[in-house]
Design a protein around this ligand. Structure first.
Ligand SMILES: C[S@@+](CC[C@H](N)C(=O)[O-])C[C@H]1O[C@@H](n2cnc3c(N)ncnc32)[C@H](O)[C@@H]1O
Length: 252
C-alpha cells in the first residue's frame, strides 16, 4: 500500500509531540500503557532467559522515554539511549540517573563508532520508517562481532492488521503504521551479515481485553506461537527478531 512521501516526517513530528505533552513512559513513546507493559515483560523474559549474551555495553535505538534503557542499566550494563526526538531524550534523561548516556540521532545513520556495542535493541521504530533496510544496516554496523541485534515490528500477517490494511485500501486512505513481514525483515538481517535469526512472537491484546492478556502468555500459548508459526503469524500483533553478528565474519 502507498505511503505518503512524508510518512517518516509525520511520525517524527508525532513522536516529538507525544514527548512534549506526556509525562508517563507509554504516553511519551506513543504506546498504550497495556501495550508497553506486555512488550516490556516479553523483553525481560528474553533478557533473563539468554544468560550467554555479552552484557557489557548496549544500545537502545529509538529509546523513547527510556523504559528499556533503564531496565538494562539496572542489570549493571553500560547503555546508550538514542532517539531522534530531542524532547523524548530530555524526558528520558530526567527519569534516569547519571549512569546512562543519551544521544540524539537518527537510527538510519547512527552517529556512533562502528563495532562498539555487545548488543542493540530497536523497539517500536520500524513501524514509523519508510522501510527497515537503513535501520538494520546501521544497527549491524555498530555491533561488535559476536554481538546481537533485537528489532521488533508490527506483524503484517496478523488478521486484524490485514483487515485494517484492506479497509484503508478500499477507502483510499494512506497508511497510518507500516506493517512488516517477518521474512522480509529476516532477509534484510541476513543480507547485512546477521546469522542465527530467531523470532519471538508478541501477542498483545487491545487495552479493553487486556484482562485476558495472561491467556496468550501462558506456557501453552507460548508453545503454540513457537511450534506452530502459522498461529503466531495470524494472531500476534508484533514480533521481535534477533540476529547475531558472527565472531568470525569470513566464515559466516
Ligand atoms: C513507539 S516509540 C518506542 C520507544 C521505546 N523503544 C519503547 O519501546 O518504549 C518509537 C521511538 O522511536 C523513535 N524513532 C522513530 N524513528 C526514529 C529514527 N529514524 N531514529 C531515531 N529514533 C527514532 C521515536 O522518536 C520514538 O521515541
Amino acid at each position: 500500500m502507498n505511503k505518503p512521501r512524508s510518512f517518516e516526517k509525520l511520525w517524527r513530528k508525532r513522536f516529538e509531540k507525544f514527548a512534549t505533552q506526556a509525562e508517563d513512559d507509554a504516553g511519551i513513546a506513543g504506546w498504550s500503557v497495556t501495550g508497553l507493559d506486555a512488550r516490556l515483560r516479553k523483553f525481560m523474559e528474553i533478557w533473563n532467559d539468554t544468560p550467554d549474551l555479552n552484557k557489557k555495553i548496549w544500545l537502545d535505538a529509538g529509546c523513547g522515554a527510556g523504559t528499556y534503557t533503564r531496565f538494562i542499566a539496572q542489570q549493571g550494563v553500560d547503555i546508550v539511549g538514542l532517539d531522534y526526538s530531542f524532547p523524548s531524550i530530555q524526558k528520558a534523561k530526567s527519569k534516569s540517573d547519571d549512569s546512562i548516556t543519551w544521544c540524539v540521532g537518527d537510527i538510519n545513520k547512527i552517529p556512533l563508532k562502528p563495532h562498539t556495542f555487545d548488543g542493540a535493541i530497536c523497539f517500536g521504530v520500524t513501524q514509523a520508517l519508510d522501510n527497515s533496510g537503513g535501520a538494520v544496516q546501521s544497527l549491524t554496523k555498530i555491533i561488535k562481532p559476536g554481538g546481537y541485534v533485537y528489532i521488533d515490528a508490527l506483524n503484517d500477517r496478523c488478521l486484524p492488521h490485514i483487515c485494517e490494511q484492506f479497509t484503508r485500501r478500499i477507502l483510499n486512505r494512506p497508511i497510518h503504521l507500516r506493517y512488516e513481514n517477518q521474512r522480509n525483515l529476516s532477509d534484510l538481517m541476513r543480507h547485512d551479515g546477521l546469522t542465527d535469526i530467531q523470532i519471538y512472537w508478541l501477542p498483545i491484546l487491545p487495552t479493553r481485553w487486556y484482562r485476558y492478556q495472561w491467556i496468550v502468555e501462558t506456557r501453552a500459548a507460548k508453545w503454540i506461537w513457537h511450534h506452530i508459526p502459522i498461529f503466531g503469524q495470524l494472531l500476534c500483533h508484533a514480533f521481535i527478531l534477533c540476529g547475531k553478528r558472527p565472531q568470525d565474519e569470513n566464515n559466516a
